[in-house]
Design a protein around this ligand. Structure first.
Ligand code: CIZ
Ligand code: SF4
Length: 304
């Protein structure tokens, strides 16, 4: 029996003892996706966490995702195998900066991309994901001034699609920004028949070159349903594992091998095992913040 198999067996036994489920984001490494009970985007996973009868959720993703699960399931124990897995974009707006922003635009409606801290969500009117951002913005009355944060690239994409005059915060994802227009050109030259699917966290220049602009769940759905046999994928490279597993006859090429999120890569089988053995690291959101953050999430769910 190889080492990974031994660890997997231990994880399966402990999972039963602890009444736990393992959730993994689409960007996690292959071995983590393979041991998970569910693989999906952050909202799918948080909703799975809320639905399951399990008492313990081992959340393999980054901190804001585990927080969202804890907000939607305050009665469950949410564990992160590596507590250092943060999100660079989520950290690009601090509570102090947000307070200043609110002073500048006191009358605005605040829409936050789910990639932000619970504290940021608590200060916003609506949350959104990359799958529903356009719908959420369209549901806000025309005459309202809207501030969108923290992702300026998703914000500018939503702006272009809704023709709404959004005020954008200067945040972005460093991993998606590593994908360059010349990378798409190179990959298209090498694979002229491939469809180009990119995430809206990419820069506007990259988005302009795409056949489809989709969330991670949208990319997985489109890859399954499309007649195309080859795809150039402009998002975090962990998603290729799921795409290849679900579509063994199709070919997937990363737009850039450099679009690798270091935080998403912190989890592995050993850390999942230790997490279940020691019941660490628990993610808790203070009740007051959780209650206000949940309101912005519930408003999004009402729209979508
Ligand atoms: O919400 C998520 O899971 C993220 C970060 C991306 C996406 O498009 O699903
Ligand atoms: Fe954050 Fe970007 Fe990593 Fe996603 S890929 S967790 S947005 S830093």
């Amino acid at each position: 029996m190889n080492q990974n198999q031994k660890i997997s067996d231990k994880i399966q036994n402990l999972k039963k003892q602890r009444n736990a489920v393992i959730l993994a984001h689409n960007y996690q490494i292959g071995e983590v996706q393979d041991i998970a009970d569910f693989v999906g985007d952050s909202l799918d996973l948080s909703q799975q966490a809320a639905r399951t009868d399990a008492r313990v959720i081992v959340f393999c993703g980054v901190h804001f995702m585990a927080e969202t699960a804890a907000i939607l399931s305050p009665e469950k124990t949410v564990l992160m195998p590596d507590v250092n897995a943060g999100c660079a974009m989520a950290n690009m707006i601090t509570p102090r900066q947000f307070a200043e922003l609110k002073k500048e635009h006191p009358e605005a409606v605040y829409v936050c991309y789910v990639n932000c801290t619970a504290e940021t969500k608590a200060e916003c009117d609506y949350c959104c994901t990359s799958a529903n951002a356009i719908k959420v913005v369209q549901a806000i009355p025309q005459k309202k001034k809207i501030v969108f944060l923290p992702d300026k690239y998703l914000g500018s994409y939503v702006k272009s699609q809704t023709k709404r005059d959004l005020i954008l915060w200067d945040g972005y994802c460093p991993t998606h920004r590593r994908i360059l227009p010349e990378d798409i050109l190179k990959k298209k030259a090498a694979h002229p028949k491939a469809e180009v699917l990119v995430h809206p966290e990419c820069t506007p220049e990259v988005i302009a070159m795409a056949d489809q602009v989709l969330s991670t769940s949208g990319i997985c759905r489109h890859a399954r349903e499309s007649e195309s046999e080859e795809f150039i994928i402009g998002t975090e490279i962990g998603i290729l594992h799921r795409l290849e597993k679900e579509n063994p006859k199709k070919k997937f090429y990363p737009a850039s091998e450099l679009s690798d999120c270091p935080n998403m890569k912190l989890n592995n089988l050993e850390k999942i095992l230790w997490s279940l053995e020691d019941m660490v690291y628990e993610v808790k959101v203070p009740e007051g913040i959780a209650k206000r953050a949940k309101k912005s999430i519930d408003r999004m769910l009402e729209i979508t």
